[in-house]
Design a protein around this ligand. Sequence first.
Ligand code: FAD
Length: 460
Amino acid sequence: MSLSRREMMMQGAAVAALATGKPFSAFAETPTKTQERRIKWQNWSGGQSCLPEARLAPASAAEVAEIIATSPKPIRPVGTGHSFTALVPTDGTIMSLDRLSGVLETNDETMEATVGAGSKLGDLGAPLEEQGQALINMPDINRQTLAGSISTSTHGTGENFGSLSSYVTGLELVTAAGDTVWCDKDQQADLFQAARVSLGSLGIMTKIRLQNRTPHRINKRTWVVPFDEMMEQADIFAAENRNFEFYYIPFSSMCMGISHNETDEPLAPSIAEDDDGVMTLKALADYLSWSPSLREYFIRSALEDLPDETFTDTSWKVYPSDRNVRFNEMEYHLPRENALAALKEIRTLVEGENIDLFFPWEFRYVKSDDIWLSPFQGRETCSIAIHRYYEEDYKPLFSAVEPILQKHGGRPHWGKLHTYKAPDFATLYPNWNDFLAVRQEMDPDGAFLNDHLREVFGIA
Ligand SMILES: Cc1cc2nc3c(=O)[nH]c(=O)nc-3n(C[C@H](O)[C@H](O)[C@H](O)COP(=O)(O)OP(=O)(O)OC[C@H]3O[C@@H](n4cnc5c(N)ncnc54)[C@H](O)[C@@H]3O)c2cc1C
């Protein structure tokens, strides 16, 4: 049996095509009114879908304003559909900002860049590097758009690094009234506090200004550590490395640590090839779920033989991984001091009750920020993510694990599956009512509200 480290570290399909379904109609195309001619939209995992009346891709802020004025409501902006929650589905209009992308302006002194909101993270690395800049930190994959990423507070790992939203220094929105508005810490400061994480509920973002840094090289290392040792060492690894995270492979007693550190070493790109590691874990679960000890024996033996893996490349080539197996996901952001205890409890529950699953669980560190709806607001955080193969019903697993994450004070990732509703968020977010007030002012008639957002915000 061959289990490569690369594959073991969680997979997902790079199925951007599924995320956006079929090509968006051009702005000029007349939206169809007949159900038969509607084009289905579905997200990356296939768990969310809808048949919108119109799917449009404006090429300017003026076209965005015209769509808002004339297209069927609710209007939902979409990135690449990598959110698992029902943020995007609508019977009205789905609007992609795909044609508003690319690096628009850079400032060498402040190391900021203004980019089109629809830019995919993976399309920013090379043009930013040409301008002498690089993103400060990145998430696991680079298929998402920048607007979509900041809307849900997408994050990577590293105790000194915040989510992507925390590196936004200004942004442009087209409002429900059709106005184009710029906000930053000095101009429309309340709107800025609300908009940096706003679930596409305040308007359509057209431009985003980011705090960047100079291009840099990153050395990535992955290594195997027994679970109990990882519980002792994780915080030390987090302090010693620029970025540190680990995966626990259920029913194995083994973790994989991953570190990223800045280096001047020569480039030594990864030569690892994707294999079917996660599907091997699935096969083991399918055949050996009757005997957890045998299953653990097989996985442990495979992992113990794996040598450490390391490579060095330009930062934007190192951070993202491929996700070749689709899944649904739940991720909660916990106060750092509670997170390891929560992980141990989840392990006791899942392995004690022999709950059938095979995807590794991901544990990451994120720095606090001050953004109103950021799950990292006001507290140093560790995130725990649990995944379920896309063909399997995720509800039994997620509803067993979620109470543990909630009991430990977790705030759910806005783009990942959870059952929290408005009253829960009101207790978890000190600026909840401030956000609701800004939302009411920006979109009094609910042009951007679909059913999911009405439930999240508690709006009938
Ligand atoms: C395989 C995989 C790996 C992932 N890895 C990570 C990870 O490492 N870290 C992490 O934190 N998350 C991760 N995620 C979650 C993902 O980053 C978020 O759900 C992100 O929001 C998806 O971005 P998107 O471009 O696909 O936006 P979508 O999912 O399409 O939309 C997300 C939100 O953004 C809004 N939006 C989009 N464009 C605009 C706009 N122009 N103006 C206003 N609002 C807009 C939408 O209305 C919606 O509310 C992962 C998801 C998958 C499927």
